[in-house]
Design a protein around this ligand. Structure first.
Ligand SMILES: [Zn+2]
Ligand SMILES: [Zn+2]
Ligand SMILES: [Zn+2]
Length: 444
């Protein structure tokens, strides 16, 4: 810390750190950018990291995971919020007329894989978990009843009453096939719509687009479920109104049907998976119970969480021996161990359960959207980078150039990531972020 503070390059270092927005694990880049006059080949400007502190440029890691970098995850969350909201009320290139298109907020859950401890509330009172007067004893000697009124932060929540009765295989296989279930669900939705109105799939496409934005959330028991915004547009997306017959009611009917109709089979184990029976479908309105802000905030919140919120790991794990090194609760341990067991079976190789064991088998994307839903995260990032570039030009760090007459050649090389502990302390002070040392440090 003292060395850094006495470094004559300290101001430039501090500027770099501020520009990363408090990133906990910035990427280090080494390289140069040169600007040439296209007509004469003359070098107009050269930027090189040679003169930068430690000879590197630090850029944000851009992770979406709050457990790895709170600052970058916050940027991701805010972008996701803007993206989801634009699809409901317009903005960011989406016309405001989109607000009149029918839209639903749909939650597709996983089925049960065994009785788990739950916290239930009724009229503000916490109810007993699973009070059963005739509580049967399972083959492993556990009474299948629990009269506890669990606190919201009780670590037992989501854990099975009997781990030996719990279907761990089903739980991780469900996570593995959930993206396929979703894909089939969206197809079934289109087919159902076509059927309802006597159209072929091609005729439907000429009149209607079904757009969606969805996010995966882990329940405490370690299975994913999906929250999605599903919206009806005309044939060219949000700029065209849907046909008059494409109402929110028709969409709800189609969703109910499609969610119940589809299955995915894991053939080698002869197991068939479908959505759970708890399907929640609610209309999104500007002033009703469920507003567009609430929906966007909800989806954005889960976009930055991964499986670690159920007490597992946020990095890859490959062997049972490696797993033993982590102090995990039994439920999380068993879920990961089950992924490793099934991942070793040749027949299930395409589910890639070993690679995704730390995610409890789920290898899908956390937040996804259909092409025409609204803007993209890439477009939002590009807008922010353009703003930063303008700032570099006005402060004289970059030349103002015309793309038609100037050729830009860039050479970049990865040179490590992270900050030393001393740098972390300074960075936290500079960017007003809280310091939570994750043991990461620099691995340059
Ligand atoms: Zn970061
Ligand atoms: Zn309980
Ligand atoms: Zn049992």
């Amino acid at each position: 810390m003292i060395t850094r503070l006495h470094d004559p390059n300290y101001d430039r270092w501090a500027h770099q750190i501020k520009r990363t927005g408090g990133c906990r694990q910035p990427i280090h880049l080494r390289g140069k950018v040169e600007h040439y006059d296209r007509a004469t080949g003359r070098l107009l400007h050269r930027y090189s990291t040679l003169k930068e502190p430690d000879g590197v440029l630090r850029v944000p890691c851009k992770t979406r995971r709050a457990s790895r970098c709170p600052a970058c995850a916050e940027t991701y969350r805010a972008d996701t919020y803007q993206l989801v909201r634009a699809g409901l009320v317009g903005g960011k290139g989406v016309p405001e007329t989109v607000a009149a298109h029918p839209a639903l907020f749909v939650t597709l859950t996983a089925p049960s894989f065994g009785t788990v401890h739950v916290r239930r509330e009724k009229n503000g009172k916490v109810l007993p978990c699973h009070a059963r007067r005739d509580g049967k004893t399972c083959p492993h000697g556990h009474v299948m009843s629990c009269t506890a009124r669990h606190a919201a932060n009780d670590p037992h929540l989501g854990e099975p009453l009997c781990p030996d009765c719990y279907d761990y295989e089903g739980s991780v296989l469900f996570n593995a096939v959930a993206p396929e279930l979703w894909r089939r669900f969206t197809e079934a939705l289109r087919r159902r719509f076509a059927r309802l109105f006597g159209l072929t799939l091609r005729e439907l496409r000429e009149q209607l687009t079904i757009s969606f934005a969805k996010v995966a959330e882990y329940q405490r028991r370690g299975v994913v479920h999906f929250h999605a915004v599903i919206r009806l547009d005309g044939p060219i997306g949000p700029t065209s109104p849907p046909p008059a017959w494409a109402t929110a009611d028709a969409l709800e009917q189609a969703v109910q049907h499609a969610a119940g109709a589809i299955t995915v089979e894991v053939e080698p184990l002869a197991r068939i998976f479908r959505w759970g029976t708890q399907l929640d479908v609610r209309p999104i309105t500007m002033n009703g119970d469920l507003t567009e802000q609430a929906v966007a905030a909800y989806i954005a919140k889960y976009a930055t969480k991964a499986a670690e919120c159920v007490g597992t790991l946020d990095r890859r794990i490959h062997t049972i021996d490696e797993l033993a090194l982590y102090p995990l609760r039994e439920h999380a341990h068993r879920l990961i161990a089950e992924c490793l067991r099934l991942g070793a079976l040749d027949d299930l190789a395409d589910l890639r359960l070993t690679q995704w064991a730390h995610m409890l088998g789920f290898r899908g994307h956390f937040s996804t959207k259909s092409r025409r839903y609204s803007t993209t995260l890439g477009a939002l990032r590009a807008a922010r980078e353009e703003h930063q570039r303008t700032e570099e030009i006005t402060t004289g760090r970059l030349p103002l150039f015309d793309e038609d007459t100037v050729l830009v050649i860039a050479h970049w090389q990865y040179a490590g990531k992270g900050l030393s502990l001393g740098d972390q302390l300074l960075a936290a002070a500079l960017t007003g972020t809280s310091l939570s040392y994750a043991g990461g440090g620099s691995d340059e």
